[in-house]
Design a protein around this ligand. Sequence first.
Ligand SMILES: [Zn+2]
Length: 243
Amino acid sequence: MRSLGLERYRRVVVLTGAGISVASGLPTFRGPGGLWERPGATIVNASTMQSDPGRVRSLFDEMRALALRAEPNAAHRALARAEESLAARGSTLTLLTQNVDGLHQRAGSQNVVELHGSLFRVRCSNPACSTEPVLLAASHSGVASACSSCGATMRPDIVLFDEPMAAKPEWDAKRSLRECDLFVAVGTSGTVSPASNFVRSAAYAGARTILVNLEPMSPAHPDFHEQILGRAEDVLPRLLESA
Ligand SMILES: [Zn+2]
């Protein structure tokens, strides 16, 4: 596999999913061994958040502890290096991630759009309240705090199964896709949202589009021009290597 020749691109957008963090030892949400598949696990959606907020908080506390023990792997590091070398030439790499584990930032990536929120923030549960999300201390455990503005309970700043993406990351993602000239999706299914929508926008903008994943697309998405099968931590360092 050859390098992409990253230096030829000006506006690079990379979408990452759970597959990129597997080599760091983090379980995926779904699939074998995933957190949602464990005995007694429930799908965490907006109604579980209402009916059993303590359980939702403790699940996310557990995931945060796992994420803190994990280390970024070669795929996370390759993306951080690529961003840096593009920035040195006045180009950009925007990282859109479905992951909530914070590993991209710990690897050194700066321009990260967290589509599904973060394990390391809480936000006010009152939809009418406009207070910004709050960072959690690393030592945080389980206790629900109250919003400093309206007094409502704070909740994980995570997009649950039946909840829409927050407006800001959705806007940032769309804006980056409108002007991108290279789009790479890694460790996520190319045929379901958001990858399936994002690649349409990228292809419409005239970008070269590539899917890197373990599994081949079935059926293939017509807007992905290339597909590279393999583990993110093996493929990305070579693909993103500077000439
Ligand atoms: Zn509030």
